[in-house]
Write a protein that binds this ligand. Structure first.
Ligand code: FES
Length: 313
């Protein structure tokens, strides 16, 4: 499936994978706060770290640096960048940083495809984990400061597991459905991933649709058969695939490479394998393989099809 990202999201992604100054891909050594969210198994995960300028009173610690590592798509990288940018350089204490919501991240990116909103939720939850870590290290009682944790690790979320594929519990679902104003199963899949794999939890008794009905009133009736994973879009013909790949390379990838004195040639396409050759400065660049992997393949996976593999020649 191809996604339509805002120009700002695409630019932030490109800057991040090229390691341009001011971007935040990486990890802080001995961080003051460290949080993780997501699962490498399901394809999206973020590790978020920050460093504070310490004050005698830990409540006055100020975040001065933030970094992230993520295993995910364009939106996961862009959302993580947005989170770090929103936090850094604003003189925020860790507790103040908790006010940053996933909607702030989406707004910063000038929108995210509905199916990618979970990337912003992931960032906000990794931030919360990092603040909890900071509080433990600095001896701060967050509850005594009136902080109510809202992430997946909050104590109040222990309970019956509704979505077994993602290990998501009923209390967490009920809370997030309200907080994020999730009205349909598709909204839940997009924001939380629950229901997005085998689909068995969607219309099962006590499942996603029942939780939606109990929260917002009766909604769509259960289908006669259990819903499976989202229906795939129609396959492109080989010609359409070629044209789409060519378009993404021309409009998204080539301008970035050319800005660094490089270029790319699309040599061949066999099945989902896309054979490319880097030109100019990129051809002799030590980071060429990384460039292909991060920029070209990721862009093609996101904007054309997840099955694409880029083969450098
Ligand atoms: S149980 Fe929820 S997607 Fe499989």
């Amino acid at each position: 499936m191809a996604w339509q990202y805002s120009d700002k999201t695409k630019q932030i992604f490109m800057d991040a994978v090229q390691g341009k100054p001011g971007t935040h891909l990486g990890e802080i050594e001995n961080p003051d706060g460290e949080g993780q969210h997501g699962s490498i198994v399901c394809g999206d995960a973020i590790k978020f770290t920050f460093r504070v300028e310490r004050n005698e009173d830990p409540l006055k610690d100020v975040i001065v640096e933030a970094k992230y590592l993520t295993f995910g798509c364009t939106s996961a990288i862009a959302a993580s960048e947005a989170l770090c940018t929103l936090i850094e350089g604003r003189g925020l204490t860790p507790i103040e940083a908790l006010k940053i919501t996933n909607q702030d991240i989406v707004d910063f990116l000038e929108g995210l495809p509905q199916q990618k909103v979970h990337c912003s939720v992931m960032g906000a939850e990794a931030l919360e984990g990092a603040v909890v870590d900071w509080a433990q290290k600095r001896g701060v009682d967050l509850a005594a400061q009136g902080v109510r944790l809202t992430g997946a690790g909050a104590d109040e979320d222990e309970g019956r597991v509704v979505c077994k594929c993602y290990g998501i519990t009923e209390p967490y679902l009920r809370r997030k459905v309200k907080e994020l104003n999730l009205r349909t199963i598709e909204d839940i899949v997009s924001a939380l991933k629950a229901g997005g794999m085998c689909g068995a939890c969607r219309y099962a008794p006590g499942g996603l649709q029942d939780i939606l009905n109990e929260t917002w009133g009766a909604g769509e009736p259960a289908p006669t058969t259990v819903a499976a994973a989202p229906v795939a879009e129609g396959e492109m013909s080989p010609f359409q695939l070629y044209r789409k790949i060519e378009q993404v390379i021309d409009e998204t990838v080539r301008p970035v490479l050319q800005s660094d004195g490089g270029d790319i040639e699309l040599v061949d396409i066999k099945g989902w394998k896309v054979y490319c050759s880097l030109k100019g400065a990129c051809a002799s660049c030590m980071g060429a393989a990384r460039t292909l992997q991060l920029i070209v393949e990721r862009s093609l996976k996101d904007q054309v099809d997840e099955r694409i593999q880029v083969v450098p020649i």
